[in-house]
Write a protein that binds this ligand. Structure first.
Ligand code: R5P
Length: 259
């Protein structure tokens, strides 16, 4: 209930964990300045412990899903991940869940899937939900067959939620084949209207929400964008309505609308 809005049954998660392998990525060079104004509109923040400790005000009461895997940087072999943050730390930081990546079809797929199994084993002892992220390597096609394979494996190993990418064709089959809620990552920055369309399509085809980052914090107006995405996720806004809301908020015609 702390992750999913009880009215809509969906979740608007804000992903700001990119620095764990990308360093000071565009839009997150000053994490505190970017993240704090967005928090009132997020159901949940997906973040590393380093940013949580140093850049998020202790008075913020947005639930936190903690990124607990890492290892390689963007300069190395990305699938070479392990668990970097303990369950004890997640509990101490009052996280409502923990998340890690699996790299199906990549060099270290077996290790990352085993990481998921070990994390779920430990998390079950504390009733801590686990989000598995299906990281997609450069060589992999982001199609329903691949995303469906990776998402289903994550659920079979015990993930309570899966974050994967949206695909235009047969996304509903990815959702159908995965017995736990699926949220979508936004991927690389695309024009705002296209990102709203992607969120709308994903929700229409059965996604339980979004866990988006770059298409929000790299937007020309992140605070307007998160509200527009949130309207799609929770308020059944059409793409036209949400884009109109984005433009109005951007132009400050609506000063502090909360959707
Ligand atoms: C990868 O860095 C993380 O798993 C992100 O949390 C995920 O990719 C969502 O962020 P974006 O919407 O920018 O793809």
């Amino acid at each position: 209930a702390r992750i999913f809005n009880p009215k809509s049954g969906k979740t608007m998660m804000l992903a700001v964990d990119h620095g764990y392998f990308q360093g000071p990525t565009t839009g997150l060079k000053k994490p505190r300045e970017t993240i704090m104004p967005l928090l009132p509109y997020a159901d949940c923040l997906f973040v590393t412990r380093g940013i949580l400790r140093n850049c998020i005000s202790p008075s913020a009461n947005t639930p936190v899903f903690l990124r607990v895997s890492g290892g390689p940087s963007v300069l190395g072999e990305l699938s070479n991940e392990d668990i970097t943050t303990s369950m004890k730390e997640a509990l101490r930081l009052n996280a409502v869940g923990v998340g890690l990546s699996i790299f199906v079809g990549e060099k270290n797929e077996d290790r990352t899937i085993s990481n998921l199994g070990r994390l779920v084993n430990e998390a079950e002892e504390y009733g801590m939900p686990v989000l598995a992220i299906t990281a997609v390597g450069k060589e992999m096609a982001r199609d329903a067959r691949y995303l469906g394979l990776a998402s289903r494996i994550a659920a079979e190993i015990g993930a309570h939620m899966v974050k994967t990418y949206y695909c235009e064709e047969d996304f509903e089959k990815v959702v159908e084949g995965c017995p736990v809620p699926i949220v979508i990552a936004g991927g690389k920055k695309i024009p705002e209207r296209d990102a709203l369309q992607m969120a709308f399509n994903a929700i229409s085809k059965g996604a339980a929400g979004v866990d988006m980052g770059r298409n929000i914090f790299q937007s020309e107006n992140p605070v307007a964008m998160i509200q527009a995405i949130k309207a799609v996720v929770h308020e059944n806004y059409t793409v036209d309505e949400a884009f109109e809301l984005f433009n109005k908020l951007k132009e400050k015609k609506v000063v502090s609308e909360r959707v």
